[in-house]
Design a protein around this ligand. Structure first.
Ligand code: ZN
Length: 438
């Protein structure tokens, strides 16, 4: 932005009326879209580097991506001169989390590619070996004789494979059969659609692989695998919280939140999490940059929550240990997955707070920002949830359209379109301006 601004200035010296007009329009644009896209890109790129390791967990310092990201964010707050509530920007909490240093799988001696052909179910424990693959008898679901036979079978040196249909039907089987299936050396769960990774806060007794049906041969013989898990009990991680002091009513807060953690590493791969949620983090930093220079009437707090992907753990911890009275939050806006926007955005909790939703929608139409804003009811799908459960007015907004990558290795910085990023930013500013008057 700065560079092209200078270019316009230089041309202006050669002076023509049209150029002057162009310059004025340009100035106005740079006022409306105050944030700087190269800086946004740099933030997202940094958060998605291998160094940040998918902002996940590990025993060794090099694997503590969540900590590296937290320090990076606290440093940003410090540079902007944001205030903190305690002795610094960090609020610590603990969680149990399962991690995997080594993940390898071969079927009939063909090496499968981690992240593309298969992923590991996050509750998997360590295991290794080369074992025969066994399919379930198709009659097991409705024939008691077959079930009895299976219970007497020795499968402790077998790998059981389950197709999608069997995975669905398995819940109808007697519990002892289900338990028996999971005593196999390993389980291969076939997936016909895309692989979607998650985080495990428990551990199972053996490895469970989620394998793409298209990646395996027709005739299944043997599965060779190595999984080294490391279950981290009472792992310490953190939320990062800062605020800009309001000019008129500093003890009341407008809050922006975004989770900065993601899925971390799995064997030799990591999940960059560009849309989820480097996009939201970068947006909060841009908003913090703006409000640090333009403090509103109310204070504005910026909350980066940890361990969202592990089950909203950081934000739940915050609502149980708030740094100021939750009643002092005028409104909370949670941003998660805001890197697209071609098809608009969706607002979770819109039906709970129709007044704020109509304000947002009107501002969007007036500013011509997003193609549409759709409403949704309550959902426990991001960090707004425990706030609204405690009676705090809160929205969770995510953008629609563009890329399909989600909880996979394709959610990378390079292909994140940021289609309506500047418009979304402007909408957030307008929304806060409207709420700041209330
Ligand atoms: Zn996520």
């Amino acid at each position: 932005m700065l560079k092209s601004n200078f270019a316009v200035k230089r041309k202006l010296l050669t002076s023509q009326k049209t150029l002057l007009l162009f310059y004025l329009v340009f100035l106005q644009m740079s006022y409306v879209f105050a944030q700087d896209m190269p800086r946004v890109r740099a933030t997202i790129d940094t958060l998605c580097t291998p160094y940040m390791g998918g902002r996940g967990y590990g025993r060794d310092a090099t694997d503590k991506g969540e900590r590296k990201a937290a320090e990076y964010l606290a440093e940003k707050f410090k540079k902007m001169g944001l205030q903190y509530f305690g002795k610094d920007y960090f609020q610590y909490f603990k969680l149990d989390v399962n991690t995997h240093k080594v993940v390898q799988l071969k079927i009939n001696n063909k090496k499968l590619v981690l992240g593309q052909d298969f992923i590991l179910n996050p509750i998997s424990k360590s295991g290794k070996g080369n074992y025969k693959i066994q399919q379930l008898d198709s009659n097991i679901f409705d024939n008691e004789e077959v079930q009895k036979r299976f219970l007497n079978e020795n499968i402790s040196k077998k790998v059981i494979i389950l197709n999608k249909k069997e995975q669905k039907k398995i819940v109808d089987l007697p519990i002892e059969i289900v338990q028996k299936i999971y005593t196999a050396k390993a389980i291969l769960e076939l997936q016909d659609t895309k692989l979607t990774a998650t985080i495990g806060t428990k551990e199972n007794s053996n490895p469970i692989f989620e394998v793409k049906t298209s990646a395996i041969p027709k005739k299944l013989k043997k599965a060779k695998f190595v999984v080294k898990s490391d279950f981290l009990k009472d792992y310490q991680t953190q939320n990062i919280i800062g605020y800009v002091r309001g000019r008129v009513v500093p003890d009341s807060f407008l809050v922006f939140s975004a989770h900065y953690d993601h899925l971390g590493k799995m064997g030799n791969i990591y999940f960059p999490g560009a849309n989820d949620n480097a996009s939201g983090v970068s947006m909060l930093l841009e908003l913090a940059e703006f409000y640090a220079k333009n403090p509103p009437n109310y204070s504005v707090a910026f909350m980066f929550f940890g361990a969202e992907e592990a089950g909203l753990i950081g934000s739940q911890y915050y609502t149980e240990n708030p740094l100021f009275d939750l009643k002092k939050i005028k409104f909370l806006t949670n941003l998660d997955l805001v890197g697209t926007g071609d098809e608009g955005a969706t607002v979770v909790n819109a039906t709970l707070f129709p007044e704020e939703f109509s304000i947002l929608q009107e501002l969007d139409i007036k500013g011509n920002y997003l193609p549409k804003i759709t409403k949704r009811g309550k959902a426990a799908n991001s960090d707004h949830y425990f706030f609204s459960q405690k009676g705090v007015k809160a929205f969770f907004i995510y953008t629609l359209g563009g890329i399909k990558a989600y909880h996979d290795t394709d959610d990378i910085a390079k292909t994140l379109p940021l289609t309506r990023y500047t418009q979304f930013f402007a909408l957030m500013k307008d929304f806060i301006k409207a709420l700041d008057k209330k």
